[in-house]
Design a protein around this ligand. Sequence first.
Ligand SMILES: Nc1nc(O)c(N)c(N[C@@H]2O[C@H](COP(=O)(O)O)[C@@H](O)[C@H]2O)n1
Length: 146
Amino acid sequence: MTLYFYSTRSEYGCFSNFSRHGFELDGVWWPTSEHYFQAQKFVGTPHVEQIRQVNSPRDAANMGRDRKRPLRPDWETVKDEIMRRAVLKKFQTHDEIREILLGTGDEELVENAPHDYYWGCGKDGSGRNKLGQILMEVREILRQES
Ligand SMILES: Nc1nc(O)c(N)c(N[C@@H]2O[C@H](COP(=O)(O)O)[C@@H](O)[C@H]2O)n1
């Protein structure tokens, strides 16, 4: 069976990077994994702290996607690893969502994001579902740790 997630208000909403599950990484507290992921696009600049401090993950995403801020040149090669680090730390930090993730067993996890063909499955299901894949990798790591 495939388990789909997207909205933070629906079942498995805690799998979304927009879920309000903060964590400490790189010596500071991040309100969501979306904040961390978007901020890393601008590592070494003041935009990192600006994004960390915005209230909502939607605002963090809008800032991160705004190409008036110059994207770090190696972004395409580092973005998957950055997402993996953030998602792992999020689920290591919060017992209740770690149990939800482990409770999905070996089911396939898919981010049902209609406009995102990289992190999600896209409108027609043909997307790469990288976030779902990373969640399944993280689930395996957590299983080994438990
Ligand atoms: N809730 C939500 N809304 C969107 O519009 C989305 N694209 C996603 N997917 C998430 O977007 C993040 C990556 O975005 P960019 O690579 O900066 O475009 C990542 O958290 C996806 O899971 N979610």
